[in-house]
Ligand binder design. Structure first.
Ligand code: PGA
Length: 245
């Protein structure tokens, strides 16, 4: 099955309005390559201005609360993201699972809330160095996926991000990526039937222009979630170009 590739940038806690020029430049590259979906998940403070600056580029958040509103200081609901002009959000990034102690159940609830409101969702899973060394990576990540998946697979993508590869310059080997993505595909099909075939599974963790072509050639890799190399057009646009093929 042919799946449209999705290249999503995750700016994490980086970027002020001085960076909007990068957003505009990335949007121009995305317009020039209509065969690939391109998104930037930005700090919430930048979403509204980036939507204005970026034309057709998909702009997203990096997290969402599971509740529609209420006494949750500092949190943002799915309706608020949409109100700001966002069309997608990341849920379950390993930095949030670790720093904010988010459980699989929390991640599932966030995905449910975001999808119900109409957002696209990138749901992240991935193993630590210790789990990889113990030989249990596939079982661990598949369990994480099972416990995090929402009921509705429409507008849902998965990102496999080995924690030890994030921001470290280390990239999983292509055989390990292929093994993990195949296992995730099998679980998605077991869970959702035919819809699981159409879902995108992104790879994330130190993706750069220099390794993107090799990673995109792996079966069942349908794009990338990119951190550090998404912060500037100079680094990110070549990854978009690699996805065009
Ligand atoms: P990185 O981050 O590309 O900087 O490794 C990826 C991510 O955390 O999504």
């Amino acid at each position: 099955m042919v799946r449209r590739r999705l290249i999503a940038g995750n700016w994490k806690m980086n970027g002020t309005q001085a960076a909007l020029g990068e957003v505009t430049e990335i949007a121009r590259a995305a317009d020039a390559h209509p065969g690939v979906d391109v998104a930037l998940c930005l700090p919430a403070t930048l979403i509204g201005r980036a939507v204005e600056a970026a034309g057709g580029l998909m702009i997203g958040g990096q997290d969402v609360h599971a509740s529609p509103n209420g006494a949750h200081t500092g949190c943002i609901s799915a309706a608020m993201l949409i109100d700001a002009g966002a069309s997608l959000t990341i849920v379950g990034h390993s930095e949030r699972r670790h720093d904010q102690h988010e459980s699989d159940a929390d991640v599932r609830a966030k995905a449910q809330a975001a999808l119900a409101e109409g957002l696209h969702v990138i749901l992240c899973v991935g193993e630590s160095d210790d789990v990889r060394s113990s030989g249990a990576a596939v079982a661990h990540v598949v369990d994480q996926l099972d416990a995090s998946l929402p009921d509705d697979p429409s507008r849902l993508s998965i990102a496999y991000e080995p924690i030890w590869a994030i921001g470290t310059g280390k990239v999983a080997g292509v055989a390990d990526i292929a093994e993990m993505h195949a296992a995730l595909r099998e679980r998605l099909v077991a869970t959702y039937g035919e819809a699981g075939q159409g879902m995108r599974i992104l790879y994330g963790g130190s993706v750069k222009a220099s390794n993107a072509v090799e990673i995109f050639a792996v079966p069942d890799v349908d794009g990338a979630l990119v951190g550090g190399a998404s912060l500037t057009a100079a680094d990110f646009v070549p990854i978009i170009e690699a996805a065009v093929g």
